[in-house]
Design a binder for this molecule. Structure first.
Ligand code: AMP
Ligand code: MN
Ligand code: MN
Ligand code: MN
Length: 283
C-alpha cells in the first residue's frame, strides 16, 4: 500500500465512464472501503464520471483529485498520459476530449469492420449499446467477443483479435503529445506518464520519450503501478530522478477480482518526490 504518514493515495483507476466495471460512485465507495484517502478517477479520454464521483467522495469523506487518462500518439506509438488535478470544465480540455471521442467512435467502426471480415457480426451495435453515452474502448469489444464465444476471456480476446498486430487491431492517430500536455497544464493539472514500462520501449526510446515529455511541460511519472515489482519501481525511480519528474502511484483498477485492487500499492521509494506535493490539497 502507498503510505506516507499512513495516508493512502491511488491516482489511477477506471469506472463505467470508460472501461471500468463499476459506476463512479461504486469506485469511490470501494476505494474508501480499501482505506484510500486520496483517489483520482482517470477514465480513458473522458471526465464524465467525475461529478458522480465527487458526490460519492463527499459522502465517504475521501478526497477526489479530478483526473483523466488521455490516449496519445507519439512516434507511431500509443502512450497514455494521466492528467491529475485538472479542471474538468476547462474549454480547451473539453474540446480535446471531444476530438478523442470522435477518434474512438471512428476506430470502433473500423474494428467492427475487421471483425466482420473474420465473420464476426454485430460488434459495432453491441459495443455502442454497451457503452451508451460512455467511451467505447477495446475492452467493450473484448467483452463482446467473450460473450459470443469468440474468446475465452478478455486477455484471450486481446491476444486473438484486439492486441497490436492482431486481426482486428486498428492503428489509430490519437492527439499528439504537445496537445495533450497543454490541455492538461492549461486546465491546471499535472501531466503524468502512465505505466511507463508497458510500452516496451528500449532505453534509447524511453530516453527520447522522457526528454520530449519533460521539454513539453510534463511533470510526473507513475513510479508505482498496481502490477509493478521492486525492480520495476527502482528502474522507474531512476528515470524519475534523471528527468527530475515527480512520482505518482496508481493501481489502474478496472474491476473487482481482476488484475489489481484499489489502493493496493507498494510504497514510493524514499528518494522520490511525490506528485501530490504539486496539489493544493491539504493532507
Ligand atoms: P483502448 O484505450 O480503447 O485502446 O483500450 C485499452 C484498454 O484495453 C486498456 O486500458 C486496458 O484496460 C485494456 N487492455 C489492453 N490490453 C489488454 C490486454 N492484453 N488484456 C486485457 N485488457 C487489455
Ligand atoms: Mn482501460
Ligand atoms: Mn493505460
Ligand atoms: Mn488506465
Amino acid at each position: 500500500m502507498q503510505n506516507t504518514n499512513n495516508i493512502i493515495y491511488d491516482l489511477h483507476c477506471h469506472s463505467t465512464a470508460s472501461d471500468g466495471a463499476l459506476p463512479p460512485s461504486e469506485v469511490v465507495k470501494r476505494a474508501s472501503e480499501k482505506g484510500v484517502h486520496h483517489l483520482s478517477l482517470t477514465d480513458h479520454d473522458t471526465v464524465k464520471g467525475l461529478i458522480e464521483a465527487q458526490h460519492a467522495a463527499d459522502q465517504y469523506e475521501l478526497s477526489l483529485i479530478p483526473g483523466i487518462e488521455l490516449s496519445v500518439s507519439w512516434e507511431n506509438k500509443c502512450l497514455h498520459i494521466v492528467g491529475l488535478g485538472i479542471n474538468p470544465t476547462h474549454s480547451e480540455l473539453l474540446s480535446g476530449i471531444e476530438e478523442q471521442q470522435k477518434i474512438r467512435s471512428q476506430r470502433a467502426k473500423k474494428i467492427a469492420d475487421k471483425l466482420e471480415k473474420r465473420r464476426i457480426y454485430g460488434a459495432y451495435d453491441a459495443v455502442t449499446e454497451a457503452a451508451g453515452e460512455n467511451m467505447i474502448t477495446r475492452s467493450h469489444f473484448a467483452s463482446f467477443l467473450v460473450k459470443n464465444d469468440h474468446a475465452r476471456d478478455l486477455q484471450d480476446a486481446f491476444d486473438k483479435y484486439l492486441g497490436q498486430g492482431k486481426s482486428a487491431y486498428v492503428s489509430t492517430q490519437w492527439a499528439d503529445l504537445p496537445s495533450v500536455i497543454s490541455w492538461i497544464n492549461n486546465s491546471g493539472g499535472v501531466a503524468v506518464i502512465a505505466h511507463p514500462l508497458r510500452y516496451n520501449l528500449t532505453t534509447r526510446w524511453m530516453n527520447r520519450m522522457l526528454t520530449d515529455f519533460r521539454d513539453l511541460g510534463g511533470q510526473g511519472i507513475e513510479v508505482v503501478t498496481g502490477r509493478s515489482n521492486k525492480d520495476d519501481i527502482n528502474r522507474t525511480q531512476l528515470f524519475a530522478k534523471q528527468y527530475d519528474l515527480y512520482a505518482s502511484t496508481g493501481s489502474d483498477f478496472h474491476a473487482p477480482d481482476q488484475w489489481v485492487e484499489l489502493g493496493h500499492l507498494a510504497d514510493l521509494p524514499h528518494e522520490s518526490k511525490p506528485v501530490w506535493e504539486l496539489f493544493n490539497t491539504v493532507v
